[in-house]
Design a protein around this ligand. Structure first.
Ligand SMILES: [Zn+2]
Length: 150
């Protein structure tokens, strides 16, 4: 059974009980629903709370799409914070990675090809060397220096 709030053309509101929505539609179509106050069969369903809710749900995505700036923006690092992170990164690498100095490209290539024991390394390389690593597909990362003069 479903209960609908109904309203007649004279604005009398009342409840109607029906076996289902289909049952309501059938009775409404056949003029079998009449207002208990004035007896008219010109009645219709009061927009249901649920129906209103559904309409809101339909509108929400359309509304939210053109307004992405309302989404919280991730905090941007300040220059000092970025520098601090870089200094920590360099410190971490110095403490945990083996320093192979200028042999970096050669060591990285050997690790990549499994010729030497795989281990985290850091060091320096020329742009020609890094280009060669790129061509061979050897993974590496260039760490920007936190201080331009260091
Ligand atoms: Zn009525």
């Amino acid at each position: 059974m479903v209960v609908y709030n109904l309203i007649c053309k004279k604005n009398h509101k009342f409840e109607g009980w029906f076996p289902s929505f289909e049952g309501y539609k059938k009775q409404a179509r056949n003029g079998q629903i009449s207002c208990p106050v004035c007896g008219t069969s010109k009645v219709e369903k009061v927009p249901h709370a649920c129906a209103v809710h559904v309409k809101r749900e339909e509108r929400t995505p359309e509304k939210s799409r053109p307004n992405p700036p309302e989404k919280p923006v991730p905090p941007v690092l300040t220059e000092a914070e970025a520098k601090e992170m870089l200094i920590r990164l360099h410190q971490y690498v110095r403490e945990n990675f083996e320093n192979v100095g200028p042999r970096f490209a050669e060591e990285a290539r050997q690790i990549f090809h499994g010729e030497v024991e795989a281990r985290p390394i850091h060091g320096t390389s020329t742009s020609e060397e890094t280009q060669a690593l790129d061509e061979e597909g050897v993974p590496y990362t260039i760490l920007p220096k936190p201080e331009l003069d260091s």
